[in-house]
Design a protein around this ligand. Structure first.
Ligand code: ADP
Ligand code: MG
Length: 627
């Protein structure tokens, strides 16, 4: 039996095109060929289970090997094999009815994943690295003859009698000159580790040496010897393929360690498992996030039937969950088409929603199960939750039940709880409830204390995401406003009708203003005289809430760049009702007035942490003199 023929495609020069397009990603030839070997092995196993194959299955390990001298790489399987007829059918008449379309459509493609597979090109990816490919196969079917197929990358092939004596297939690649880098143990090991680590059929790549015990020596010490054992690439049943009820915490933790050897233990995880309306399994882990900018994206690995595809899961996983770690496996994600297609795909949108929902459910469950434990984890998960609520409407809807607010006393409240707590006392004359917050509890301590003195509660909002989260909260919570605790004097943060009247006359007020403007002598500070509680400080320095917030957002990339470029502007509130102000007015000389005004202004700066350097030294000197 010998036959020559032409591969039935419309475009003569398909191989050069494949080669050119796919060059950057050419290592995936191994993924494709090993996957085919695995498919063939699973098929024979299924036939055996169905009773359609009654022979011995034997050792079904798939073997990858290479020969540096002959410049070949071989992938051997003991799968169902192919007859000559089948080779012609499956390999030659590849799904190239659309070859012309293919060439047209992907002329400008940059990414191999965009084309491989979609046009049934899996097997042909071999030609990215080989000038000639041989298939040596023996079908499982009774009475089959071994068949050998050779193709040199042109559109002609040769089929002849083969020499395989065992069921299965060898794919032999004669590596081309530009691809000789693949004729290397570590190179191949690396590619197999990347793509084949969790394939469902055992994959062997040569041997490796291992130390084993070898009796004891004369002194009774253990002896060791080195032996060669099979170098097995993969774990055939990774945990995401198992049922959650069969798994313990240790299993999840050790799988995590296997995926990310350098990482700390995760906080918790979610086992994904759905088969309708799409098929998806996986395990997502919540990592420990040390600080807001510490998280790394692209840590989720995407698999399709246990074959590694990519770690770029953008579009499939919602943006805010890109900080999660773990594995997603779905045969229903159209991996082989371009990004824009991916976004438009109905399944992808559904998968995205499903993952969002699962994560929200898990958080809700953790919250309900043990509030205390949940609160302890809040420092780590707060970021996810807030980020999620800001960026995903659906998640925000669910998140409002388990997002927590923390106050300066370290107490946690849900949104409804907090509203209930502060609504009475922190509602102003316009029926707006004012939530107060601090971004730095140390620096703003004076203001926090003033607020607490009035029985106001102060939240801690000290993470960069908080400036955005505050904005979100104001949009969602009815009749609610957030103000940083130092946005104004405590008296004025929440304006009620029972404000103190300014006891100074208009003339006196003008005079006080003059004295302070002279003492401060800086245009960035605008002086205002107010009627405040005589118990409060005589002078307070604040920054307008709106201005400050815009500046904060500019600093964390919230698109408020313009505000970031403005100089800081402060308001100096003089408490007209304080005895010190009275004292300043009554001081004997103008010089004395300026000194006292300067002193009380510096005290206000000091309380805000704004007094530094030379000004601070001068203040200390002046204070000493005054004692
Ligand atoms: P796909 O795997 O998507 O079907 P491929 O181009 O990778 O496309 O393979 C084409 C066909 O060739 C397979 O569907 C299968 O029928 C056959 N084939 C490829 N490799 C093997 C193998 N090792 N054993 C048996 N059949 C194979
Ligand atoms: Mg394939």
């Amino acid at each position: 039996m010998q036959e020559k023929g032409t591969i039935s495609i419309h475009t003569e020069n398909i191989f050069p095109i494949i080669k050119k397009f796919l060059y950057s990603d050419n290592e995936i030839f191994l993924r494709e060929l090993v996957s085919n070997a695995v498919d063939a092995t699973q098929k024979i196993k299924r036939l055996a289970t169905l009773g359609q194959y009654t022979g011995e299955l034997g050792d079904t390990t798939v073997e990858v090997s290479f020969d540096k001298d002959k410049k070949t790489i071989t992938i051997s399987d003991r799968g169902l094999g192919m007859t000559a007829e089948e080779i012609k059918k499956y390999i030659n008449q590849i799904a190239f009815s659309g070859a012309t379309e293919f060439v047209e459509k992907f002329k400008d493609a940059k990414d191999a994943n965009e084309i491989i597979g979609k046009f049934g090109l899996g097997f042909y990816s071999a030609f990215m690295v080989a000038h000639t490919v041989e298939i040596n196969s023996l079908s499982y079917q009774e009475g089959s003859e071994p068949a050998k197929w050779t193709c040199d990358g042109s559109t002609s092939f040769e089929i002849s009698e083969g020499n395989r004596t065992e069921r299965g297939t060898d794919i032999i690649l004669h590596i081309n000159e530009e691809s000789e880098e693949f004729l290397d143990k570590w190179k191949l090991q690396g590619i197999l580790d990347k793509y084949c680590k969790f394939l469902p059929v055992t994959i062997k790549f040569g041997t490796k040496s291992e130390s084993v015990e070898d009796g004891v020596d004369e002194e009774g010490k253990k002896k060791w010897k080195s032996v060669e054992v099979d170098n097995i690439i993969n774990t055939t049943s990774p945990i995401w393929t198992k049922s959650p009820s069969d798994l313990k915490d240790e299993d999840y933790l050790s799988f995590y360690k296997e995926l990310y050897p350098m990482s700390e233990d995760p906080l918790f995880w979610i086992h994904l498992n759905v088969d309708y309306p799409f098929n998806l399994t996986g395990v997502l882990y919540f990592p420990k996030v040390k600080n807001d900018f510490d998280f790394q994206k692209n840590k989720i690995k995407l698999y399709s039937r246990q074959v590694f595809i990519t770690d770029e899961v953008k579009d499939i996983v919602p943006e805010f969950l890109m900080l999660l770690h773990g594995v997603i496996d779905s045969p229903d994600i159209p991996l082989n088409v371009s990004r824009s297609f991916l976004q438009a795909d109905g399944n992808v949108k559904k998968i995205n929603n499903y993952i969002t929902k699962k994560v929200a459910d898990k958080l809700s469950e953790l919250y309900k199960k043990d509030r205390k434990v949940y609160e302890e984890k809040w420092n780590d998960i707060g970021l996810f939750v807030k980020y999620g609520m800001i960026s995903e409407e659906k998640f925000a809807e669910k998140g409002k039940d388990f997002v927590l607010l923390k106050n300066t006393k370290g107490e946690f409240y849900t949104l409804p709880e907090y509203k209930e707590k502060v609504q009475g006392i922190q509602t102003d004359k316009n029926e707006q409830t004012i939530y107060l917050y601090a971004t730095d509890v140390n620096k703003q301590d004076g203001f926090i204390q003033s607020a607490n003195k009035k029985d106001y509660d102060v939240l801690v909002m000290d993470s960069p995401i908080d400036s955005h989260f505050i904005q979100h909260l104001e949009g969602k919570e009815e009749k609610t406003q957030l103000k940083r605790v130092d946005a104004d004097v405590a008296e004025k943060l929440i304006q009620k009708d029972d404000a103190f009247a300014n006891l100074l006359s208009e003339e006196q007020s003008t005079k006080v203003k003059e004295i302070f403007e002279k003492a401060i002598d800086n245009k960035s500070y605008s002086v205002e005289i107010e009627g405040l509680n005589p118990e409060e400080l005589p002078v307070t320095v604040t920054m307008d809430e709106f201005m400050r917030r815009m500046k904060d957002m500019a600093a964390t990339g919230g698109g408020m760049g313009f505000y970031g470029s403005l100089p800081d502007n402060y308001k100096v509130a003089i408490n007209g009702n304080h005895s010190v102000i009275d004292k300043i007015l009554k001081a004997e000389s103008e010089e004395e007035q300026t000194k006292l005004a300067k002193q009380s202004f510096d005290l206000a700066l000091l309380a805000q942490g704004l007094l530094t350097g030379k000004d601070l030294t001068e203040f200390v000197k002046r204070s000493v003199n005054m004692i």
